[in-house]
Design a protein around this ligand. Structure first.
Ligand code: F0G
Length: 468
């Protein structure tokens, strides 16, 4: 495969004439008991205490670590954008100095992920009462969600370790991404999804990329439980976000964002919260950038959940962040329909370290925010829109000010869930639901298709009607 011969050349850096910062070896660190290990177990949990693992880079702090080489590093990352090496064209592997080192670079599986745009959202800003507002659109990744940035790293490690099968439980986007990367890396993939609870767009991706797709009669949290048992009983590589390699890849969105902002730190980054890996990964990136001296201060990171799938909100408000309050999750934003999030401790650590907050938003608020993002010509899936809905609340509370720089992380593409969008514009998204009355306020945003006789007169009359 041409990609692989090219990948072979990845570490031969043609761009760097300045001193070359090197990738440094990494370790697994347990976030519970602090135990260190070189290798993870099948479950990616600490063998001593069962808590989650994270990847750390002890060499960074040494004198010949990357801390001494920051300026060439920023230049090198920028220069790689014009390189024709596939791995330089990846918006993830472009930042490989802050990623775990793959002993054999030939095993990298890349679909040129990352490199996603930051868009200004003028209509959303006006309606929310912000002077300006930006969205980093992670839905512009190869399979349409931010999952690709983590998947390229974790799937490459699966391949490196010689696994034939990879597996995940998913609300749809992880499965779509995993199936694609497994196919590109010549591995088989097993997907466990909750029956009837993921969007057709995501399901069809997993099928097309050749995953063995099992729709289980349970919810996402139930799928995770079943998968944990499967992983113990078969040699399959777990690609859920407890796998810390996923978070390392997802980290790069924050580096790329800072590069796009010319290393000017925004005041606030707002992220949707489901299994809480993405907020944890972005937070880890900002903390590491600060530790390395790439930035001099941290943005606040805030996490927004749907009211019906709000375990983090309740964990902080009802248990002071000490113990996870599990919920039975229910929301039309199916990507974040999660009641027992794996990375809750990591996410709380990020909130505390960055002085961020959590908020929850209603189904109607999510639908309105999604339509507003769409009306700016950008579009996203419902789970991404919680960020705008949450921002409006944070503004009202005075936690965010109108003149601050705020970045919404738009996690998935509009076309992931066209059914939601169609129902919204036809006015039947909330029909027969408890939100029907509240949803009447949405009519101003609805643009249902108009059925007409096939005549120019009818079309012109319609245009005139909408011109007023
Ligand atoms: N937005 C989208 C579009 C997602 O697909 C997800 C998670 C999230 C936000 C939340 O991110 O879990 O890291 O807090 N989707 C997972 C999946 C769970 O299986 O696709 P998180």
């Amino acid at each position: 495969m041409a990609d692989q011969t090219m990948a072979n050349r990845i570490m031969t850096d043609r761009t760097a004439s300045a001193p070359k910062p090197q990738q440094l070896s990494s370790q697994m660190h347990c976030i519970g008991c602090g135990a260190l290990s070189r290798q993870a177990t099948q479950s990616f949990r600490c063998p001593t205490c069962g808590d989650l693992l994270e990847i750390i880079y002890p060499g960074w702090k040494s004198t010949d670590g990357i801390q001494g080489n920051l300026s060439p590093l920023k230049n090198l990352w920028r220069q790689r954008k014009t390189s024709d090496l596939p791995l330089d064209q990846s918006g993830v592997w472009r930042f490989r100095e802050v990623l775990p080192e793959l002993p054999d670079s030939q095993t990298v599986i890349s679909l040129r992920e990352g490199n996603t745009p930051v868009y200004e959202l003028p209509g959303c800003a006006r309606r929310a009462g912000m002077q300006r507002l930006y969205g980093k659109h992670q839905g512009m990744n190869p399979t349409g969600s931010f999952k690709d940035t983590g998947m390229t790293v974790a799937a490459s490690f699966a391949r490196q370790e010689g696994f034939r099968w990879v597996a995940c439980a998913s609300t749809g986007n992880t499965s779509a991404s995993m199936a694609a990367y497994a196919a590109r890396g010549d591995m088989r993939s097993l997907v466990l999804i909750p029956e009837g609870q993921i969007s057709w767009g995501k399901l069809s991706q997993a099928l097309d990329y050749g995953a063995v797709t099992c729709q289980l009669k349970t919810d996402f949290d139930g799928c995770v439980q079943v998968l944990n048992e499967v992983v113990q009983r078969m040699p399959v590589y777990l690609l859920n976000s407890v796998n810390p390699y996923r978070l390392e890849g997802q980290k790069t969105a924050a580096l790329e964002l800072l590069e796009q902002l010319d290393w000017q730190v925004p005041d606030h980054v707002i992220v949707p919260g489901g299994n809480l890996a993405n907020s944890s990964a972005l937070g880890k990136a900002f903390l590491e950038m600060k530790e390395l001296g790439l930035i001099s201060r941290l943005p606040r990171i805030s996490i927004i959940q749907a009211e019906g799938a709000n375990p983090l909100v309740r964990t902080l408000r009802e248990a002071g962040g000490k113990e996870l309050v599990r919920v039975r999750a229910e929301t039309m934003a199916t990507a974040i329909r999660i009641g027992n999030p794996a990375s809750w401790k990591k996410a709380i650590r990020v909130l505390q370290a960055t002085d961020g907050t959590v908020e929850q938003v209603s189904e109607v608020e999510i639908a309105l925010a999604k339509a507003e993002i769409g009306a700016d010509g950008i579009g996203c899936e419902p789970a991404s829109a919680v960020t705008l809905a949450g921002l409006k609340k944070l503004l009202k509370q005075g936690f965010v000010r109108a003149n601050q720089t705020v970045i919404l992380i738009l996690t998935g593409h509009l076309l992931k869930d066209p059914e939601f969008t169609l129902k919204f514009h036809r006015g039947d998204l909330f029909s027969g639901s408890a939100h029907e009355k509240e949803a009447r306020s949405l009519s101003e945003q609805q643009r249902g298709p108009v059925v007409l006789e096939a005549s120019a007169d009818a079309v012109i009359r319609t245009v005139e009607k909408f011109s007023t």
